[in-house]
Design a protein around this ligand. Structure first.
Ligand code: MG
Length: 442
């Protein structure tokens, strides 16, 4: 019950490693469970949550291998944003990883490390479709499923595991369903919270099934290097190394106050995580907090000083952001432009307008005005980003503009028709004319 209460109690942007409520220690959990279970509950309704993290192995590469019907199974496969342009590897299968290629490796480096590898341009629509199918399969085992990212979902099987023969058998059956329906491998991690379930899935990779309970924390979690803890990146690990913390166990024994001094509010959270404590809620689709902003960014294939090229990319980005806003039923009042120069200096400019906007043209006009403020023709641009925040949902009351309403309404209807066409035939069915001539794949 504690678990269910916590599921609904906390909202906001906290994902793993960062919920607002204080974590319940295993001691607290077990003491409340023993007192309550005498009165009301049986073992079939556990007080401690049972969470499964199902994480696809080298997801994009696995989907491509499945589509190739075995022709790629013995080859190093790397999926990239665009194999011809400056981009990074989005997924590398386990054969490619033997050559040192990882997700995030620049393509040029990957080609040097693994010259005979198969480089494929990613097909996002195919991966999104597979992700939807995976989550449908997860819901065969519990209605409480959180799609955490495109290749990773959490299931709360606290109330349903007994129907399938217990937590391990549930996870084993789910893995088998995904393999049989979609032909791709995944790893399942089981734990009493999302953090331990996620860590268990990391430890079980690839194609594994691994459990981490609170009792396992000292023996299985604490000896691991600190980078194995979810949320600890290379920079944090470096900072921890300076105070002599190299393993998760050492972090668990570091006083929270010391960590607070070093890392601020995140310090005590890191301490809890190292002790296997995590109270972040599992949120199904209906329980997800509303988006706070919608944005897209793009790294140009070559640094450029060509203003027309920059404007074309900007139009593409605004069109994407507008499309996403309209799809979610949102409009926003603040437009933010991010401009990164070739030397990585990054400028961010924002402007707030009176009426909330979600039409491509309006976002583009605001973004152009911001670009005008920062544009310097002698400086080459590397990356552009556009986002819209200060969001209102279509159901929220709002003031209609006094002038130009009929014209705006026609534009709105036109874009609604274009959006309907895109929903049916794909995003490329209608794009703004300048983008047709662009050699950038925005
Ligand atoms: Mg994965």
């Amino acid at each position: 019950m504690l678990g269910f209460e916590r599921n609904f109690a906390i909202s906001g942007k906290s994902r793993l490693l960062g919920a607002g409520a204080p974590p319940v220690s295993p001691q607290q959990s077990s003491s409340s469970s023993s007192s309550s279970s005498n009165l009301l509950f049986s073992a079939s309704l556990p007080l401690e949550r049972v969470i499964v993290c199902v994480d696809m192995d080298a997801f994009f590469a696995s989907v491509e291998q499945q589509c190739a019907h075995g022709a790629l199974d013995d080859k190093p496969v790397m999926v990239c944003g665009d194999t011809e342009r400056r981009s990074v590897v989005a997924a590398a299968n386990y054969i490619a990883r033997e050559y040192g290629v990882r997700a995030g490796t620049p393509i040029t480096t990957a080609r040097r490390l693994c010259p005979h590898g198969v480089f494929l341009t990613g097909d996002p629509e195919k991966y999104v479709y597979t992700c939807i199918r995976i989550n449908d399969l997860c819901r065969e085992f519990t209605p409480r499923v959180e799609c955490f990212s495109i290749d990773e979902s959490f299931l709360d099987i606290s109330g349903s595991a007994h129907l399938f023969g217990g937590p391990v058998e549930t996870a084993r059956r789910l893995k088998a369903r995904i393999r049989e329906e979609l032909g791709i491998p995944c790893t399942a991690g089981i734990g009493p919270n999302k953090l331990l379930a996620k860590t268990a899935s990391k430890l079980g990779k690839p194609d594994g099934l691994f459990t981490l309970s609170h009792a396992d924390v000292p023996t299985k979690l604490h000896p691991l290097p600190i980078t194995k803890l979810y949320g600890i990146g290379a920079r944090t690990a470096e900072k921890l190394a300076r105070i002599g913390v190299a393993t998760i166990g050492q972090l668990a024994r570091t006083p929270p106050d010391t960590l607070k001094r070093l890392f601020g509010i995140i310090g005590p959270m890191m301490h809890d995580a190292a002790n296997g404590l995590d109270s972040s809620p599992l949120l199904t689709e209906d329980e997800q907090p509303e988006a706070k902003s919608v944005g897209n960014s793009y790294t140009l294939s070559d640094d450029t000083r060509d203003v027309r090229k920059v404007l074309t990319v900007l139009l593409g980005l605004c069109s994407k952001v507008g499309r996403r806003l309209r799809k979610g039923g949102h409009a926003g009042r603040t437009v933010t432009l991010t401009l990164r120069y070739a030397n990585f200096q990054t400028l961010v400019r924002a402007r707030t307008v009176e009426a909330p906007l979600n039409l491509d043209r309006d976002i583009f006009a605001a973004a152009c005005a911001l670009l005008d403020e920062v544009w310097h023709k002698s400086r080459a641009v590397r990356l552009l980003g556009v986002s819209v925040s200060n969001l209102l949902h279509r159901d929220d009351p709002r003031q209609l503009p006094l002038f130009g309403h009929a014209r705006r309404q026609r534009l709105r209807q036109f874009l609604a028709s274009v959006d309907a066409l895109r929903d049916r035939y794909g995003e490329s069915v209608a794009i703004w004319a300048p983008l047709l001539r662009s050699d950038e794949a925005i």
